[in-house]
Write a protein that binds this ligand. Structure first.
Ligand code: JBQ
Length: 243
């Protein structure tokens, strides 16, 4: 899969050479190309922004250099299709469902806006708008990195088999159960006995119960949406009956 980014800070996407996504690039499973609208300016100062019509403080990103950068990427792709996504706090909240949908594409083009503002006509250049959430960033770059990571990890060959199984359990919509490794006791806190019992049925039941407990305590909204078995509902009753 190809990830294209239009950004004023292409160096930030060098971070994708690290770890599993670096390996995925070396293996050719993913391709990352970051281009800057600045490269597609014609004036001496490589201007990408200008003062707003109607007055006011701050600068607004001009549509021209963004459109030229997108045209360049279209050409480099040889006319193959892509989906253009603008990162903006005004977009739909990014979710695992977006990541799944994006992971089915041959190519995804992420356009990084700036919180300060971009010309409204940049919106007309993209297919959809997404946001990571209700907090303030300086620009879309950190959001684009998150979208790339969430999407790329779903591609065959990016993760080992072990972790793709983990994704399925998370996709059920519950929070993860607590995990432990050595030492058996750390600063007075012991590993729960059941995990050292060798009783696999008891361990599976404990883990499911702790997943349910965490979800109930921290994300009751997820519990509403989750598909629960009869055993799950019994475990929840046990939890609710606890002092
Ligand atoms: C959003 F997607 C963007 C782009 C620029 C700023 C942003 N701020 C908050 N949340 O994810 C966002």
């Amino acid at each position: 899969m190809r990830f294209e980014i239009v950004t004023l800070f292409p160096e930030l996407f060098d971070a994708l050479r690290t770890g599993l996504l670096g390996k995925a690039q070396d293996a050719g499973t993913i391709d990352v190309e970051a281009v800057t609208p600045r490269e597609f300016t014609t004036d001496r100062h490589r201007t990408v922004d200008d003062s707003p019509y109607g007055g006011g403080s701050g600068m607004v990103l001009m549509p021209g250099p963004f459109a030229e950068a997108l045209d360049h990427l279209d050409e480099a792709r040889g006319g193959n299709p892509t989906r253009r996504v603008l990162l903006t706090p005004q977009g739909a909240r990014f979710s695992q469902a977006h990541a799944r949908r994006f992971s089915e594409l041959e190519s995804l083009t992420l356009v990084c806006g700036r919180y300060e503002g971009f010309d409204e006509r940049i919106r007309g250049l993209v297919d959809e708008e997404v946001s990571l959430g209700d907090f303030v960033l300086l620009g879309g770059e950190a959001a684009a990195l998150a979208v790339i990571e969430a999407t790329a990890r779903l591609l065959p060959g990016v993760l080992g088999n072990e972790q793709s199984a983990t994704d399925e359990s998370h996709a059920e919509g519950l929070l993860e159960y607590p995990q432990y490794t050595r030492p058996e006791e750390f600063r007075g806190e012991k590993v729960p006995d059941v995990l050292r019992s060798g009783n696999h049925a008891a361990i599976a039941r404990w883990r499911r119960k702790e997943s349910l407990r965490r979800t109930l305590e921290r994300r009751p909204d997820l519990l509403e949406a989750a598909e629960l078995s009869k055993e799950d509902r019994e475990l929840l009753e046990e939890i609710r009956a606890e002092p």
